[in-house]
Design a protein around this ligand. Structure first.
Ligand code: KIV
Length: 262
């Protein structure tokens, strides 16, 4: 899978599937189910390492897991999260992204944030590093935001997310991920942008859907986020659960209204 193919899928209205992956065995299974994008998410800080946020995750951690996923990844596009503070300046971003691609074999790097990242996205993309921008709920800013809650609920919030999305595309971003925003706003941004928009807790109208693998298998400790679904419960095997997710996304039956914010 390439970024060119993903843009074609968007133009043709075919839904794109993504899940997080943290090791080679799961990557093999995800490949068997024909997942389009594998994200080595910094959610690994919570679901693998057991921290209560993604903040302690390092570039070395991300490289370690990205190398494992790469060994199990044949077809899917391999995307990696840039961890907290690894892209605080454009120069630092360049160094961290070069390692994630050169040592971790990632094909796209994902970074969380809006307008302040414009220069960074330009610097990376001008040097051949494809970027996925991440807006809405940005877990690396959890202490600033004050909790894991829906973003873009006020008129000002809606405007900021919409303007940032357009500016990040103009700066060179190849993909946009929207996390926990009202379905209506995600639909509007998806129609506005040429680049594929990946949603998590952002309604069914996004070009692509992603979930944290351990959430959709029901093995994340604690309460499952309301926008997620336990696909293992109704299927009985991990491969069947992943295949059910792919089918539901492709057919536009996931996420449903019950997984969507207003
Ligand atoms: O780290 C992660 O798993 C993510 C998803 C929530 C999209 O960024």
């Amino acid at each position: 899978m390439t970024l060119t193919q993903l843009r074609k899928l968007k133009r043709e209205g075919e839904k794109i599937t993504c899940l997080t992956a943290y090791d080679a065995s799961f990557a093999h299974l995800l490949e068997q189910a024909n997942i389009d994008i594998l994200l080595v998410g910094d959610s690994l800080g919570m679901v693998i390492q057991g921290h209560d946020s993604t903040l302690p995750v390092t570039v070395d951690d991300m490289i370690y897991h990205c190398q494992q996923v790469h060994r199990g990844c044949q077809q899917a596009l391999l995307m990696v999260d840039m961890p907290f503070m690894s892209y605080a300046t454009p120069n630092l971003a360049l160094k961290s992204a070069a390692r994630l691609m050169g040592e971790g074999y990632a094909q796209v790097v994902k970074l969380e944030g809006g307008g302040w990242l414009i220069e960074t996205v330009q610097v990376l993309t001008e040097r051949g590093i494809p970027v996925c921008a991440h807006l809405g709920l940005t877990p690396q800013s959890i202490h600033q935001i004050g909790g894991y809650r829906v973003q873009g609920k006020t008129e000002r919030g809606v405007e900021r997310i919409r303007d940032d999305a357009v500016a990040l595309q103009q700066a060179g971003a190849s993909l946009l991920l929207l996390e926990c925003v009202p379905g209506q706003l995600a639909e509007e941004i998806t129609a506005l942008l040429d680049i594929p928009v990946i949603g998590i807790g952002a309604g069914v109208k996004c070009d692509a859907q992603i979930l944290v693998l351990y959430d959709m298998l029901g093995i994340t400790p604690g309460k499952r986020p309301s926008f997620s679904k336990d696909f293992l419960q109704e299927t009985g095997s991990i491969l069947a659960a992943i295949e059910a997710f792919v089918k539901a996304v492709k057919e536009g039956t996931f996420p449903g209204q019950e997984h969507t914010f207003e």
